[in-house]
Design a protein around this ligand. Structure first.
Ligand SMILES: C[S@@+](CC[C@H](N)C(=O)[O-])C[C@H]1O[C@@H](n2cnc3c(N)ncnc32)[C@H](O)[C@@H]1O
Length: 225
């Protein structure tokens, strides 16, 4: 589990003299994901992106994220810590909901499917944070432990070829993640670094693909220089 904050995207676009995309798309929300982290840090959603999409497989985890977003709305972006980090469930949550004057869309479903639907309505460059996978915590497990290669295939099929693509947990590529009892909780053996790299280069051979370790966790960031 990791997170990416806008500083990383900003430093990339500063180095390339390009503008930061205004759309952020996350796969694997957990209990709030990057939008939640940005609000916790800045008490606003204004710093970088105009619109956020975040996709989560587990309905209960969506209900928790939804409850957190609603507390943030109720407290005008500055809720007390116990509300910001609540594990309460919003039982009124429906499959897809918007928050913060329609600036954030939370979608319940498998990112291997739902990302395609989001991309169908996307007509500008976006920043992706691909972070959906099973794991040792109460993470959901879909048909694939790691839907990453399918997500990249959807991005490949999109008409825009210069999105910024960030991917968490690159240190697990090609490995099996086990819990304390030695049980496999997430199998990345089909998701090797080479396959990920090749898939990104199929989107656009001009991608610059780097491994970054901003928090002692390896992540991949691909952008067009
Ligand atoms: C590492 S956590 C996400 C953390 C979050 N992105 C952040 O930065 O705080 C991974 C999440 O992916 C979810 N997940 C697992 N398989 C998925 C799938 N096929 N589609 C969408 N979400 C999935 C898990 O339930 C879990 O909540």
């Amino acid at each position: 589990m990791g997170y990416i904050l806008p500083e990383i995207y900003k430093s990339i676009v500063q180095n390339t003299n390009k503008q930061l995309p205004k759309i952020f798309i996350e796969t694997g929300t957990y209990k709030g994901g990057v939008p939640h982290q940005i609000i916790e840090k800045t008490q606003t959603l204004d710093e970088c992106f105009n619109h956020y999409y975040t996709i989560e497989l587990s309905e209960d985890i969506c209900k928790c994220a939804s409850r957190r977003y609603k507390y943030i709305e109720e407290y005008n972006y500055n809720p007390p810590f116990n509300k910001l980090h609540t594990d309460e469930l919003d039982e009124s949550f429906k499959k897809s909901q918007s928050y913060f004057d329609n600036r954030l869309t939370l979608i319940n479903g498998d990112s291997a499917i739902e990302l395609k639907n989001v991309l169908e309505n996307l007509n500008e460059t976006a920043c992706f944070w691909l972070d959906a996978h099973s794991g040792a915590q109460q993470y959901a497990k879909g048909n694939q432990d790691v839907p990453l290669l399918t997500e990249l295939e959807h991005i490949k099929n999109h008409s825009i070829k210069n999105h910024i693509i960030a991917i968490d947990d690159a240190h697990l590529f090609g490995e099996r993640q086990v819990n304390g009892r030695g049980e496999i909780v997430c199998d990345y053996t089909d998701v090797s670094y080479e396959r990920v790299e090749n898939k990104i280069l199929e989107i656009n051979p001009n991608y610059d693909i780097g491994i970054y370790t901003p928090y002692n966790m390896e992540m991949i960031i691909a952008f067009i220089p």
